[in-house]
Design a protein around this ligand. Structure first.
Ligand code: SAH
Ligand code: SF4
Ligand code: F3S
Length: 473
């Protein structure tokens, strides 16, 4: 399979006549444009999709105006995410008027949630393809080219796209996502993901480690292992029958090279184990940063959300992380105004935020999603004004926690991985420390640093989102 991929792309590059499968001949020269929404998993999927399409002779373009195929890799997590995609579709309608042969495909979570209903609602859409059906894209494109609407939203219990080498789109050449599992079995009551992504399944460790090794060999210096719930990663080697858990996988990736930074996302508080924390502690290239979404600080709400932990349990987990790795940064996801939330629940959330001293948080108002357990069982009874007020209080608490965290860093020395030039000036480098904080510093006149290099810097000052540093020798 990979051989064919390489050959097809090479042939195209050399401008030679295509001599492969005649049914694919029409794809040569056709270009696809792909736009991604939602979480990192979706962005990572777009790289798999690009690989599948390139293998069939399609070329990618960053310019929608010259595309024969437009793909939107969509997100359903909140209503707003879906509205954004619908708005974008109206823009493509104009393009289609000028290029009537152009095909539009809806991929990802919104495709899975709405299925063929999308074709009725959005006349412009020619293809609807769910997250486990991307291998069938070339066939679906052929079908759509005949004027038939093409749909595949079958979810799989096995698909992990393990054998596909993603084409790195919009890459800085330094950091890359590596998908280690798909789906989610958790059934948090507010969440649409188990419905759009299906059952949880892990990818085999050998292809994961190989992909990370290949990235390292190509000059990448940071990989982020992705899954909705990485701590429940579990793979049994079919030859040896040896089980591999997330801590073991982390260790295997970390051992590729001390120069390769390893990150991961997302951890569910109920599943992150001491074994994972000790593995992090023992490998300095596994970054000191854990995204540990709390969702709410109220035990009553956590129960309604089916998060399966209490506030005390969560806070004990935070203490354990800090005990094992005092310099570990922690971030969170927080939902304001979930069903039945009272002022006292909201104050509990603020209290957990303060006790956890999060470096960052991603904060949202609750958005009821059709078909979820919360939509079926509870009433979305907190009015929008209250939701927004609580969210803005949560945001302002987070701003002060982030400010405090940055202030504590002033005077400290960190190792930074250079990701590129700073947005402001080509005389400055931008990179991150292990804790994922953005750092900016002047390039040294007499040194020849490059993207992907590690540099020691001292923090002099900070703005809301950036630590301002100088190089130390
Ligand atoms: N798997 C990850 C997160 C997936 S979705 C985890 O378990 O943490 C990312 C975040 O979106 C969630 O953590 C949650 O905070 C938020 N979210 C999910 N469903 C939502 C909804 N219906 N309304 C508002 N926010 C939601
Ligand atoms: Fe959604 Fe919960 Fe699964 Fe995260 S763990 S994807 S919030 S169901
Ligand atoms: Fe959105 Fe699907 Fe990710 S709903 S957050 S793109 S898993």
């Amino acid at each position: 399979m990979l051989e064919i991929v390489k050959k097809t792309i090479d042939e195209k590059r050399q401008g030679e006549a295509f001599s492969g499968d005649p049914s694919m001949e029409q794809t040569i020269g056709k270009k696809f444009f792909i736009e991604s929404y939602g979480c990192s998993m979706n962005f990572s999927d777009s790289e798999i999709i690009a690989s599948i399409l390139q293998a069939e002779g399609f070329g990618s373009t960053k310019n929608e105006e010259e595309a024969d195929l437009i793909f939107l890799n969509t997100c359903s997590i909140r209503e707003k995410a879906e509205l954004t995609v619908r708005k974008r579709l109206t823009e493509f309608r104009k393009l289609k008027k000028v290029r009537p042969t152009m095909l539009v495909g809806m991929l990802g979570c919104m495709a899975e949630r709405l299925k063929s209903k999308l074709l009725e609602e959005e006349k412009l859409v020619d293809m609807v393809v769910g997250p486990d059906a991307y291998r069938s894209l070339p066939a679906l494109i052929q079908e759509a080219e005949t004027g038939t609407k093409a749909v595949n939203v079958l979810l799989s219990r096995e698909e992990t796209y393990a054998d596909i080498s993603p084409v790195r789109l919009n890459s800085n050449g330094v950091s890359a996502f590596v998908s280690i599992m798909r789906g989610c079995n958790n059934m948090c009551t507010f969440c649409v993901v188990p419905f759009t992504r299906g059952r949880e399944r892990s990818r085999d460790d050998v292809t994961i480690v190989q992909e990370c090794q290949d990235l390292f060999d190509q000059g990448y210096r940071e990989v982020t292992l992705l899954g909705q719930n990485v701590d429940s990663y579990y793979w049994v080697d079919p030859q040896t029958n040896h089980p591999i858990d997330f801590a073991m996988l982390l260790e295997k990736v970390a051992k590729i090279s001390p120069l390769l930074r390893v990150r991961f996302s997302t951890s569910h508080p109920k599943d992150i184990t001491d074994k994972v924390l000790f593995t992090m502690r023992d490998h300095s290239n596994i970054c000191r940063y854990i995204h540990l979404p709390v969702q709410s600080g109220s035990t009553r709400l956590l129960q309604l959300m089916n998060r399966t932990y209490t506030r005390e349990w969560y806070l004990a987990k935070i203490r354990r992380i800090k005990e094992i790795m005092p310099d570990c940064a922690i971030s969170s996801d927080i939902i304001a105004g979930f069903c039945t939330e009272e002022e006292s629940d909201h104050l509990d959330t603020i209290d957990v935020m303060k006790q956890s001293a999060y470096e960052y948080s991603y904060m949202f108002v609750y958005s009821e999603r059709p078909g979820t357990l919360a939509a079926k069982r509870y009433t979305d009874d907190v009015d929008m004004e209250t939701k927004k007020r609580r969210l803005s209080e949560i945001v302002s608490i987070q701003n002060s926690l982030s400010f405090e965290s940055n202030r504590r860093d002033v005077g400290k020395i960190f190792e930074v991985l250079i990701e590129g030039e700073s947005k402001r000036s080509d005389k400055q480098w931008m990179g991150r420390n292990s804790q994922y904080k953005v750092m900016v510093f002047e390039k040294a006149e007499n040194q020849t640093h490059q993207k992907g290099d590690y540099v020691m810097v001292k923090v002099d000052d900070f703005t809301q989102a950036t630590l301002l540093c100088t190089i130390v020798n």
